[in-house]
Design a protein around this ligand. Sequence first.
Ligand SMILES: [Zn+2]
Length: 262
Amino acid sequence: MWEVFAVKYAENTGRRRRNHFIVQDDLHDTPHPIFYYVWAARRGGTVVVFDTGFARELAAPRGATYERTPAEALAAIGIDAASVRDVVITHFHYDHAGGIAAFPNARFHVQDAEMAYATGRCMLHAHLKKPFICEDVTALVRALYDGRMVFHDGDAEPWPGIRLMRIGGHSAGLMSARIDTAEGPVVLASDAAHFWETLAGEPFPIVYDMRAVLEGYQRLIREAGGDPNRVVPGHDPAVIRRYPSAGPGLEGVAVRLSGPAS
Ligand SMILES: [Zn+2]
């Protein structure tokens, strides 16, 4: 069985509800912090990392506080980024695909639809292009030409017990993952659900396909056996509070999303 972890590398406590929800049902535009994570699954000597985060220099212009590189965060739970062989890029947005250089020995698992989206006609539209950074995408194209890319078209199970699911919606080829653990399935939503509140049907404002966004919430909950608490949202500060620390001294840095490996 897999162990699953979330590690935090940055936060933005200056964000407000209007930044995170399309529908504003009330006039109380209260503070609504966002945290930035990458995730890892480990079983014996096999490690799969999910996403690579963004670079330090991008934090200040966005009002974010950068705490550590994703590689440093992974090192805190004993994962050496330079040795990782498999990284799932859930989608190519800057805060998920910006750090592939820290994984020089990895293959990058991506959806056909995300590569096509990030390198195709939709990037002619400023609104759709906004969450992408050209250098991140070109680094991924370089990895492709170096033979370091694994394409998936829809759902896939590249490792027994880890099912990649193409959800789409927020980005054309957005992937989530359902991971089998000793304590049942853990569903890493990535940005198929930014916050637990999002899962209740309140979409984040960046949308490629609203139908896929809304049906994606239903799929995530279904994959989690009907329990939204077994879905791990991509950016919710509560992730770091709700789950146990991954070890001594790692409070606020890394949490264990699963039971111990067995
Ligand atoms: Zn994100």
